[in-house]
Design a binder for this molecule. Sequence first.
Ligand SMILES: Nc1ncnc2c1ncn2[C@@H]1O[C@H](COP(=O)(O)OP(=O)(O)OP(=O)(O)O)[C@@H](O)[C@H]1O
Ligand SMILES: [Mg+2]
Length: 407
Amino acid sequence: MINKNVFSKTKSSLIKINIAVVISFFVIFSIFIYSYFKGLTYNSVDKNLKDELENITVQLTSSAMFSPIVLNDPSNMVYVYEGDQVKYYTRNGYFEDMLPKVRENKKNSFFTYTENGYTFRELSLEIGKYKIQIIRNIDAQINSFKQLIYVFVIGIIMAIIITYFVALYLTKKALIPIENSWNNQAKFVQDASHELRTPIAIVSSKLESMLRSPNSTISDEVELIADAMKETRRIKKMINDLLCLTKEDSIATLNKEEVNIEQLIKEISDDYLDIAEIQSKEFSINLNVENKIVITDKNKLRQLILIFIDNAFKYTNKNDSIVINLMEEGSDIVISIEDSGIGIKCNEIPHIFDRFFRSESVRNKDIDGSGIGLSIAKMLSTSLGIDINVKSKINEFTKFNLTIRNK
Ligand SMILES: Nc1ncnc2c1ncn2[C@@H]1O[C@H](COP(=O)(O)OP(=O)(O)OP(=O)(O)O)[C@@H](O)[C@H]1O
Ligand SMILES: [Mg+2]
């Protein structure tokens, strides 16, 4: 439930952020284009008015006799006043044969205004005894500004819709790995608490049965105490393994050095010679490599090999054999750990690297373990760049090949 809420909240905030970014970009872009286009249009209208003014000024100053003015551009409207008397004006339907207002405060400047539903750009000024108004209808330009705004609004709405769907798709895709790892974590916590529950239940039941006979001595209850201690050791190991599993970062950081692989295998197996003797198992190593040096993290490689040897000893019976072979395959080095023990059913082989997986036979035989060893091995091998290959037959043998790519 928490999981779903967190993800839907993250999704919606990511979508909102995406839409906000796109809208801001489009609005800024639209304002820029609109202002640029408006500026260009007004510039060309103003230039036209200025040219007209020049043309009129020349005509006014050259002829004392006031003959009709010839316009540069017939779509301009010109009004010339001498004092309050109109000396010249262009006939048009815009002002319904009324004279346009002369705005004293707007003299010598360009300005825009609306009259009778039409929009005009005007340049008005005084030259000598004449007041001149040059007016141009700019409805077409105003319409194109409106069209532009309309296009931008439609564009922004389309962009919002498209961004919404694209963002929905992308955030969904981007959140998949996070969602998976979140679910894995949740499953991990569930599995871990489930696995820890069994030994804790055993310990508490042993303690309870001891409480039932308070007069007993330690030697009377030695069996119960031993069982409880065994379970606490199991809990301790499990917690250590779990901690190791969660420290993925420390597993991924490698401390590479030149490692003499032959020497390392000898060191590791020396510790198991006594165990093999105590458990009456045959334990041998065959070292067949010429190139003994590999560049790797020695401690992590040791930890990896130990996991397989530990399993080999755990899942073999009296008189079984465990063999470690060190071989060369081209430039690669292969460490194989083979035992003639209880083996793994072929349908269980794909699961042995899963956290907490233990084969049915192992669970039934009550062999100690928590099913974490091989998942740590998998993480270690990934970080060391080592391939693991498994072959096994139930009740016959199990063989793990670790291939160290020595480039
Ligand atoms: N050499 C082997 N022979 C037979 N079965 C094996 C062997 N190695 C692993 N398995 C099977 O794979 C399972 C997982 O092994 P893994 O090492 O991860 O856990 P574990 O040995 O049960 O517990 P622990 O976390 O203490 O190592 C084992 O429970 C066992 O069923
Ligand atoms: Mg194990």
